[in-house]
Design a protein around this ligand. Sequence first.
Ligand code: GSH
Length: 219
Amino acid sequence: MLTVYGVTRSRASRIIWLCHELDLPFKQVPVIQAYRLEDADAPGAPLNTRSESFLKLSPAGAIPVIQDGDLVLSESLACTLHLARRHGQPLGPADLVEDALMLQWSFYAATMIEPDALVILFNHRNGQAQPGAAQATVAHAAERLVRPLRVIEDHLARHGHMVGGRFTVADLNLAEVLRYAQGHGELMEPFPAVQAWLSDCQDRPAFRKMWQERLAEPE
Ligand SMILES: N[C@@H](CCC(=O)N[C@@H](CS)C(=O)NCC(=O)O)C(=O)O
């Protein structure tokens, strides 16, 4: 059986959402981020990203990691792409062209969107930048996100989805990354196609199931 290492309040959410989409049974080992613990190295500390046994699986000390048969794989987007490919359509690619496009949009999400979207997530609460230096940091991140959001808006307005005119792993990967910037209303407001698509993605039963599980975990 597939094993997913990582709490749901982490990028493991991407893999868990996909598993629910695919009705794929999996075992979850709730490895937690070391930075969320008071003393990650204390005897009796929960299994975390600095635990020796976990570092054997992930020398980078990062969740999520999956074990699928003999394959141990890290990098959340590589994990979702692998599982979607393995389980095929409709979430996975129908052919090499779709496969290439799914990779393209996943790399676009990871490189052109995620770093700035994370800045917004960590410095922006309840629709407001946190006071002080965070305001300038959030403003710069939002400014840098306008261009990729225009690209996605234009693509979605013409095609409805990222690849193949249907919901696929490319939508899932991008939606999970864009979620980090979603709370910034002023940034998202000029992009109605992105907002409608994101809301459809998050209305899917598999997303909702993952989200309930995530909320049930301690903050
Ligand atoms: N690019 C990696 C990033 C992995 C990552 O940074 N994970 C965070 C949690 S979402 C983590 O494990 N941090 C561990 C720590 O800082 O202790 C991916 O997409 O999987």
